[in-house]
Design a protein around this ligand. Sequence first.
Ligand SMILES: [Zn+2]
Length: 122
Amino acid sequence: MPRKRGGKRERRVCPRCGQEYYFIRFVTRGNQTYAYAVHGSGKNRRYCYLGPVGDYIYVTRTHIPDGVKLTGMMTPDRLVQYLYDIASTIYLRRDKLSEHEKRLISTVIDILRGCTASLTPS
Ligand SMILES: [Zn+2]
């Protein structure tokens, strides 16, 4: 177990269930490696699937036309990366957007503006 300076054990929270896990187990199948958070020990041992290390190879194929590369839960900033990929694709398609899509995008921008208000000087 990694330890912080001073000897205290670093608390690791499972991104799937929110409980503390003991360690991450990596299992390689074919050309893909998958991560599992390992909870408990002995008869109480259980695993939470965290997805592949890196990209979801097969699922990503269906999202390539939308410019989105889906990744496992081991990727710490994946939601923001998805947002960036989607925004880039929407920008490229900006001349083909319907009025409905433009209204949805405007709502999303308002939501995101609320997220970044504390970061931007007014
Ligand atoms: Zn878990």
